[in-house]
Write a protein that binds this ligand. Structure first.
Ligand code: 5GP
Length: 116
């Protein structure tokens, strides 16, 4: 696997099974394999961007859409009113383990702040 061919790339291409909750031409969303909250969904672009450091102004619309899909899924999951968190971990010190850009959508319980 190269840096741009991760497990998330395989999920986006339908080569690896995942519990999909949303997909369109640009974006795929699926439940995290190791959920950290009652709702833990990962929203990814189909395009294999490794980290937030790798985005350019050309990706601005796509980045906006990742958050718009997160908000839509929060409503669908029934956590929009209570509250939820979106997280993008960038590189090792933030805990990024899969090098395919993804937004975590976390909710369904009280979340601590500051994060660890
Ligand atoms: P990161 O630490 O890179 O921000 O988040 C990666 C997330 O992907 C983790 O929460 C981890 O549980 C999840 N994950 C890793 N591999 C898989 C997989 O094959 N399928 C799914 N659904 N989630 C995965």
């Amino acid at each position: 696997m190269t840096e741009t061919d991760t497990v998330f790339g395989k999920i986006a291409r339908g080569e690896l099974e995942a519990d999909l909750v949303y997909q369109d031409d640009e974006i795929v969303a699926f439940r995290d394999l190791n959920p950290q909250a009652p709702v833990h969904i990962l929203i990814i672009p189909r395009q294999p961007i490794a980290t937030l450091n790798d985005v350019s102004v050309a990706d601005a619309t796509l980045l906006g859409r990742l958050l718009q899909v997160a908000a839509q899924l929060a409503k669908q999951e029934g956590i929009a009113e209570q509250g939820y968190r979106t997280v993008i971990n960038c590189n090792a010190q933030a805990g990024q383990t899969v090098y395919h850009l993804h937004v975590h959508l976390l909710g369904g319980r009280a979340l601590q702040w500051p994060p660890g």
